[in-house]
Design a binder for this molecule. Structure first.
Ligand code: KG4
Ligand code: ZN
Length: 344
């Protein structure tokens, strides 16, 4: 069974063809980072306009490289939230039109379920039950996953998501958008013990908090005499020694990783689970991948982390999640509306 997946939740226009929920036939992602980088973050109106321009060629390319046409599809799965309302609207409207024209069913997929199930697109696949840590630009949550569609949230961020903290710290340091990949790269050359940034462990809870850490970085940078931090004011890169920027990146990253790994360990223990699935854009982070694998090795826990292209936003994960919804007969109608704050 072939499903066309579509994701336009944020700043990536993506379409994919997936067979039987776990075999990627094509997976096309057209990113917009270069456009948004000028503004230090995503400009929602620009994102929607670029989705409009790109959705048709991206879907065409997904079908063409899969060597199929619309008549070969069993359904279209589209991400209907959470995400930016204008961006989601483009994907949803386009998917509805394709389904109407081809006379095939439409399936609505939660973006977070897509991330959570992305590990099923590769071998070895995890088995239920497992602990899922979804860590992206918009979310940082722990779930107990007991079956397809059966997810219980154990904890979530109370303020910034981890990816959001990466992007904001990058802006403070004048390193551009998105912040994750550049901080990851600089951190590898810096000293993670150079600056003792705070770690919010929130004892007794599996929730996260990253805004205090972000503010600590901002205050540290200001104390160095660099007037960074306000929108557009990114003199830090010029005012700070490159060595210090690398140490700030490494120390910040080490604080984020410590909290993510320690909380995952606590959740595993609390739930008596023996498998972890790590996904979402921040799971592309080299330090986090290493630290999570090491913790799991020590505790004899099975760990599943998708390859980088499946960690960040992609439509293959939407098609995969859509397959399991479709198998249960969960189809959407032409009245489907995007929901920016859709919970999982
Ligand atoms: O999952 P994703 O592509 O989109 C959302 O659903 O939010 O995640 C994007 C986030 C951004 O905040 C970006 O800075 C972060 O993932 N990211 C990383 C890395 N690559 C992307 N964060 C840390 N290290 C990375 N290597
Ligand atoms: Zn995402």
């Amino acid at each position: 069974m072939l499903i066309l997946g579509i994701d336009t939740s944020c700043d990536d226009t993506s379409a994919a063809v997936v067979e039987d929920g776990d075999r990627i036939i094509s997976n096309i992602v057209s990113g917009q980072a270069d456009t948004h980088a000028k503004y230090g973050g995503i400009v929602p109106e620009l994102a929607s306009r670029m989705h409009i321009e790109r959705i048709m060629p991206v879907v065409d390319e997904a079908l063409r490289s899969a060597g199929i046409s619309l008549k070969d599809l069993s359904a279209v799965a589209v991400c209907h939230g959470p995400g930016l309302i204008g961006s989601l609207l483009i994907g949803c409207s386009f998917a509805k039109a394709v389904c109407y024209a081809a006379g095939i069913p439409l399936v609505a997929v939660n973006h977070l379920e897509g991330h959570l199930l992305s590990a099923f697109l590769e071998e070895p696949k995890p088995e239920f039950p497992f602990l899922s840590l979804v860590v992206s630009g918009g979310h940082t949550s722990l779930y107990a996953a007991t079956d397809y569609g059966q997810y219980r949230e154990l904890g979530r961020t109370r303020d910034d998501a981890a990816g959001e903290a990466y992007d904001k710290v990058s802006k403070i340091l004048g390193l551009g958008y998105p912040g994750g990949p550049v901080i990851d790269r600089l951190a590898a050359e810096g000293d993670p013990g150079a600056i003792d940034f705070p770690r919010a462990y929130l004892p007794e809870s599996l929730d996260f908090s990253f805004s205090g850490l972000k503010t600590a970085v901002l205050n540290f940078v200001r104390r160095q005499g660099a007037g960074a931090g306000r929108a557009g004011k990114t003199e830090a890169r010029e005012a700070l020694e490159p060595r210090l920027i690398r140490d700030i990146a490494a120390s910040f990253q080490s604080a984020v990783i410590d909290v993510l790994v320690r909380k995952t360990e606590a959740a595993l223990q609390q739930q008596g689970l023996t498998r972890v699935v790590l996904s979402g854009g921040v799971s592309a982070n080299s330090g986090l991948r290493k630290a999570m694998i090491e913790m799991c090795r020590q505790k004899n826990i099975g760990v599943f982390i998708p390859s980088i292209a499946l960690c960040t936003d992609n439509a293959a994960m939407i098609a995969a999640a859509g397959y399991h919804r479709f198998a249960k007969g969960e189809c959407a109608g032409p009245g489907l509306n995007p929901k920016p704050y859709l919970p999982l």
